[in-house]
Design a protein around this ligand. Structure first.
Ligand SMILES: NC(=O)c1ccc[n+]([C@@H]2O[C@H](COP(=O)([O-])OP(=O)(O)OC[C@H]3O[C@@H](n4cnc5c(N)ncnc54)[C@H](OP(=O)(O)O)[C@@H]3O)[C@@H](O)[C@H]2O)c1
Length: 303
């Protein structure tokens, strides 16, 4: 692919102190095609390695003028899980400010529209809410715009979805999901940055409303357990009724809905072979497999 870009162009990155935006900053810095402006609500608090670190708060749209001033491109991710976040309001403010600032290429980290895919059967607001922002980005009329799709992070296996002690004494998972069904698109989330950096560098191939998912592995939960156990773990997984799971912790109802959707339609909701292939081409390589990530990030503890 030809690279018709210059280091004079500036990319402003929302979420630069987080997992997605942090990966974007690192990939852009490594690519050396663009100047990078990392955006955060607390520029004094975070150490981010970027050409510039500037304040931006999506809940205070007046901060976005300076944050996007002079930017060629903007990467936007919103954080559904932060209390009080209104993703639609935040994204609308960001799109408007980017248009006012003359931004040429806008990249939005979206997710599939579960409501549309499942015909209203599953209610997964952290997916559908993002999908409903896509038309706002599309209709804003940027010279270029791109949608990137984050998979289920491998990192969740050491975070929100870390293995738990089970009733039989084993360590593992009890989930409202048939573990034999291959339905989970996963990936090392910082590698989303390679797709984003590639899209900014190649707008002719990736800046016309393309959907570019990051997928390092497509697995069932049994396969996740097999991959980890081949590295020396002894994890277990079993299916439990959705009702039982939903009573386990606050927010479990939403998680159960999400798993129900995965099982019925897969994480990405459709056959995404072509989109994944295009994303890998734009990123310039294959993303990491779960086994590679796990060897480093889920080491087997000495007995
Ligand atoms: N976990 C998964 O498997 C998964 C899968 C797909 C999609 N997602 C989505 O990923 C999103 C979270 O992204 P992440 O994992 O990169 O989050 P993260 O690591 O928790 O970081 C959140 C970032 O958002 C920034 N932020 C939050 N509120 C802001 C505001 N009002 N104005 C400006 N910046 C703000 C924070 O910046 P400062 O604090 O520095 O201001 C921080 O950089 C969620 O919406 C979730 O639905 C997650």
């Amino acid at each position: 692919m030809s690279t018709a870009v210059s280091k004079e162009k500036l990319i402003a990155v929302i979420g630069a102190t987080g997992l997605q935006g942090g990966g974007v900053v690192r990939a852009l810095e490594a690519g050396r095609h663009f100047k990078v402006r990392a955006l955060t609500r607390n520029p004094g608090k975070h150490r981010v390695v970027a050409d510039e670190v500037v304040e931006a708060d999506l809940d205070r749209p007046e901060t976005l003028k300076a944050a996007f001033a002079g930017a060629h491109g903007v990467f936007l991710v919103t954080n559904f899980w932060e209390e009080g976040t209104d993703e639609r309001k935040q994204a609308t403010a960001a799109v408007r400010a980017a248009k006012d600032a003359g931004v040429k290429h806008f990249i939005w980290s979206t997710l599939p529209n579960v409501e549309a895919i499942s015909g209203g059967k599953f209610h997964v607001p952290h997916f559908t809410g993002k999908a409903k922002i896509d038309p706002i980005v599309k209709e804003a009329g940027f010279l270029h715009h791109t949608f990137v799709i984050a998979p289920m992070y491998y990192q969740t296996l050491v975070g929100a979805l870390a293995p738990q002690k089970q009733a039989d004494g084993s360590l593992g998972w009890a989930l409202p999901l048939d573990p034999a069904v291959r339905c989970i698109h996963m990936g090392e989330i910082s590698e989303l940055g390679n797709i984003v950096a590639g899209a900014f560098a190649h707008p002719d191939e990736a800046g016309n409303g393309e959907y570019l998912p990051l997928v390092g592995d497509f697995v069932s939960f049994n396969e996740i357990v097999d991959i980890l156990n081949r590295q020396g773990h002894h994890f277990t997984v079993r299916q439990i009724p959705t009702k039982e799971y939903a009573a386990l912790f606050p927010g479990a109802v939403e998680v159960a809905e999400t798993f129900g959707y995965f099982q019925a339609h897969t994480y990405l909701g459709s056959d995404s072979y072509d989109r994944v292939a295009r994303a890998n081409k734009i990123a310039g390589g294959q993303p990491s497999k779960l086994s590679t990530w796990a060897r480093v990030n889920m080491p087997v503890e000495a007995p």
